[in-house]
Design a protein around this ligand. Sequence first.
Ligand code: NAD
Length: 439
Amino acid sequence: MTMPPTSTSATTRAERDDEAPEEPTEPESALETARRQLQHAADHLDIDPNVVERLKHPKKVHEVTVPIERENGDVEVYTGYRAQHDSVRGPFKGGLRYHPDVTREECVGLSMWMTWKCAVMDIPFGGAKGGIAVNPKDLSTEETERLTRRFTDEIRSVIGPTTDIPAPDMGTDPQTMAWLMDAYSMQEGETVPGVVTGKPPVVGGSEGRDAAPGRSVAIIAREAIEYYDKEIRETSVAVQGFGSVGSNAAKLLDDWGANVVAVSDVNGGVYDPNGLDTHAIPSHHEEPEAVLTHEAPETVTNDELLELDVDVVIPAAIGNVLTAANADEVAADIVIEGANGPTTSAASAILAERDVPVIPDILANAGGVTVSYFEWLQDINRRAWSLERVNEELETEMLAAWRAVREEFEARDVTWRDAAYIVALSRIAEAHEARGLWP
Ligand code: NAD
């Protein structure tokens, strides 16, 4: 089991002084957003302020030096992090990111989001996030493998199938997770598939894991469409980003009868008011950044896509794309957050004022961590599930979370984001109160 929840929470004075400001400014960091959203939800709940204060800070942040030998024989030294936010409901869980902008603060903010995401899905995990400040495009495959193995060794004492379970994120993939699993297992003297999720199925990965975040976005979009009394067959949808999340969400909604009129990648998008054949458009993983090679009546920029007059818009590429600068121009009736953090706090306030529902990322794209949980269950039980079972159980979990959030939304007259945070925070606070303060 994890450490008692209220042992050494390393909250320093410097961290306290680093509180999020009252008024949102743009651009805002993941940590500022996470703290602001926490406080917003806490204001609606009667919970111990000490629990809220604790949740503004990570339990621990590990910073390690990762030296590797480059192809030319030089040694290069990188910095890696693992932020562990809260484990009151179970082991820490969260992605590992290889990106030049990875910082301690970003890992802390993203680890907080993972705590809320696991709690809103009622998954018995807490939140973590980590990564290495490196541009993976600068490394050969062999260098990336050496980096991953060394990083794994540096954080080996703080990860494990019952303590902290990493997963892929930006710049990492199933192969990275297979190396991590191998490096960890070699030192343990036994194969430990449950130390990491998002692995290739041949070494204990789950069927359906890759498509799961996009599938959950589609499921939540379908429920929201019905909630707002629309017919899916008469619903137009625009999706920004045609990678793992965006392409899977767009294709499923297309299969279920929605009219997907626009999709884009980093270079821009294609638009057909009569509906695109989403299966004919190359996704990022089939052919990177090739959306514009698909023939369509019109092309749109990524900014224009977000302002199209559609029923549903799904930002599923990167964070901070809906801001104070364009929130007034969003013409869609519903926003479903496919990416993590696509809407800034200022944009959220404007959209709320305009009565445009925004279904938050911690619910909509939580299919990824949910199937990661299924993968972990399969690993510790040494029994693989079929794709059908994975998708059925994902559907069940997504609908349960949707209902829990919808109840708060209706009962409290708050935004969908606040409703999701209220569900998450209530569960976390109750767990803290039940376990109590140690010693
Ligand atoms: P991906 O790399 O598979 O695809 C990203 C897509 O966005 C590509 O089509 C790319 O061309 C496009 N893109 C990149 N920069 C862009 C820009 N500036 N403007 C418009 N489009 C741009 O990534 P993904 O796994 O689909 O992740 C997308 C988002 O969803 C991220 O915010 C990620 O954190 C989040 N997310 C991913 C998962 C997952 O497991 N894959 C789970 C939950 C959330």
